[in-house]
Design a binder for this molecule. Sequence first.
Ligand SMILES: NC(=O)c1ccc[n+]([C@@H]2O[C@H](COP(=O)([O-])OP(=O)(O)OC[C@H]3O[C@@H](n4cnc5c(N)ncnc54)[C@H](O)[C@@H]3O)[C@@H](O)[C@H]2O)c1
Length: 222
Amino acid sequence: METGRHENIAALLAHPSFKFFRYDIIEPFSVAGPVDRIYNLACPGSPPKYQIDPIHTFKTSIIGGMNLLELAEEKSARILQSSTSEVYGDPDISPQPEDYRGLVNTVGPRACYDEGKRCAETLFHEMHERAGVDTRIARIFNTYGPQMDPEDGHVVSNFIMQAFTGEDLTVYGDGQQTRSFCYIEDMLDALTALMEADEVISSIEDPVNLGNPRGIHDAGTC
Ligand SMILES: NC(=O)c1ccc[n+]([C@@H]2O[C@H](COP(=O)([O-])OP(=O)(O)OC[C@H]3O[C@@H](n4cnc5c(N)ncnc54)[C@H](O)[C@@H]3O)[C@@H](O)[C@H]2O)c1
């Protein structure tokens, strides 16, 4: 499921150090020359998009994740997996520490995403343990900022679009649910800090929550 927009990288295309290759990561691929760092951000991130083709979403996390891990092994590259707070499912505690095991419905409408990301974490963990691949796992919480897809179904874009068009703001359930919202620039700082962290932290290859520590009532969804 292609959810990116080419115009978002238009300014980068002119940069001499930037190259764009268009691949589906579930297909085998190779990269010429050395590779130092791999950020695996490939996966549709919003429910209306990842539910269009659930099998492909699942394969993107698992087969795509494996393809990139094998590339990291071949190139001795460090690789970061963009996991998600959705690995906690519908948690019965909040906030969720990293050792919380989660409450995920294996056959629910979000399972292709949630379970795909959970399985990818297992793959990253095992490739670190068995093959010595240098891995990082970021459990990303809700992130917002410029160039979001207005149709992505997340609460921030939903509310903004409904406000622009004068519609009522959609409130799901009893409105008591909370989300933590992180600005994209802060998330990028966190992702690069996690990728570049070299100090000896015994669990650096284990999943790390990345998001705003303050949960707020969003009365919305996603
Ligand atoms: N945005 C958030 O709040 C959030 C929260 C938790 C986790 N994440 C994770 O962060 C990553 C990026 O999220 P986003 O919000 O930018 O999502 P997005 O849907 O806007 O972008 C995902 C990108 O991955 C590409 N992609 C999807 N499937 C692919 C495939 N099989 N092969 C190659 N490319 C593929 C899409 O074309 C798009 O460019 C995702 O892995 C998502 O699961 C995001």
